[in-house]
Design a protein around this ligand. Structure first.
Ligand SMILES: Nc1ncnc2c1ncn2[C@@H]1O[C@H](COP(=O)(O)OP(=O)(O)OP(=O)(O)O)[C@@H](O)[C@H]1O
Ligand SMILES: [Mg+2]
Length: 272
């Protein structure tokens, strides 16, 4: 769905922020962009959405060079959640905020109303709610709702769960998962490796403007060297399975979930 061909980008003329990036994001996947602060994740997300343009190289969306696509076409096909929801919200009520996206992207009024009602219900938002009187978590949900209410083909989320409590985080991610199961491709920047493990199928690791690893989530999150080079810690269950392996226990090589860990420990107990 998205292909980067030797893409570089610099905010200033001298020096590149992103250097020679080439990768593909498959349709139907949930891809996590991970890396330390300043690695270039937000810059990469903005390039995908066409908010900034490469200094060199090409970005293809479904085979088309996005530099040749109209801003309105990109907006209809893609949804974007900013790292800071307050930079996105611009209307006085939740309902108006959703209308703002829908009016630009969905021509039919009945369809606009249907989509709005569905998203309000799914994220339990009050259309009369005033965003700036609500909590950080609620504002995050509003910004997310406005990014996805038009049901884009590609949803780009810059840190969708940062600053949220467990319930808010689960509510948001479960809804993103449902949308993905319905065919929406998702790219999300995320610092929480537990969420990356639970919700993504692919991971791209960034370090100092370059991609240092790109592959299946279960493979990348088990790669201690790659994670350590970006100052990232593995999810707890993978860290635990690595410790057990280091202590000479076998059979934990593939363990990534609590269920898999339980099955392995049970197997040891049966043998004992
Ligand atoms: N508008 C800008 N002008 C100049 N430099 C910028 C701008 N935005 C980001 N940068 C620089 O580009 C680099 C990459 O920033 P970016 O925001 O993409 O990183 P990030 O991986 O998203 O970091 P974080 O995890 O802190 O959000 C950093 O060195 C940052 O200081
Ligand atoms: Mg960022």
């Amino acid at each position: 769905m998205i292909t980067f061909e030797q893409v570089s980008f610099g905010y200033i003329e001298e020096g590149s922020t992103l250097k020679d990036l080439s990768f593909t994001i498959e349709k139907g996947s949930i891809t996590a962009l991970i890396g330390a602060n300043g690695a270039g994740k937000t810059t990469l997300a903005k390039l995908i959405r066409g908010l900034i343009r490469p200094t060199s190289g090409r970005i293809l969306f479904n085979g088309k060079d996005i530099s040749r696509m109209k801003t309105s076409t990109l907006a209809a096909h893609m949804g974007y959640l900013f790292q800071n929801p307050d930079r996105q919200i611009c209307k006085n009520t939740v309902g108006e905020e959703l209308d703002f996206t829908l009016e630009k992207t969905v021509p039919e009024e009945a369809e606009r109303e249907r989509r709005k009602a569905e998203v309000l219900e799914a994220l339990q938002l009050d259309p009369e709610g005033e965003p700036f009187l609500l909590s950080r978590g609620e504002r995050q949900k509003i910004a997310l709702a406005s990014a996805l209410v038009h049901r884009p083909e590609l949803l780009i989320l810059d840190e969708p769960t940062t600053g949220l409590d467990y319930k808010e985080c689960t509510q948001i991610m479960e809804y993103v998962k449902i949308l993905n199961q319905q065919g929406v491709t998702v790219v999300m920047v995320c610092h929480d490796m537990e969420i990356v493990l639970d919700y993504s199928d692919h991971v791209i690791v960034m370090h100092d403007g370059r991609i240092t690893a790109d592959g299946l989530t279960r493979t990348i999150l088990r790669d201690a060297k790659v994670l350590a080079a970006s100052a990232l810690l593995p999810p707890q269950i993978i860290g635990l399975s690595a410790l057990l392996q280091a202590d000479g226990y076998t059979g934990f090589e593939e363990v990534c979930t609590v269920d898999e860990m339980t099955a392995c420990v049970e197997a040891y107990r049966r043998e004992a």
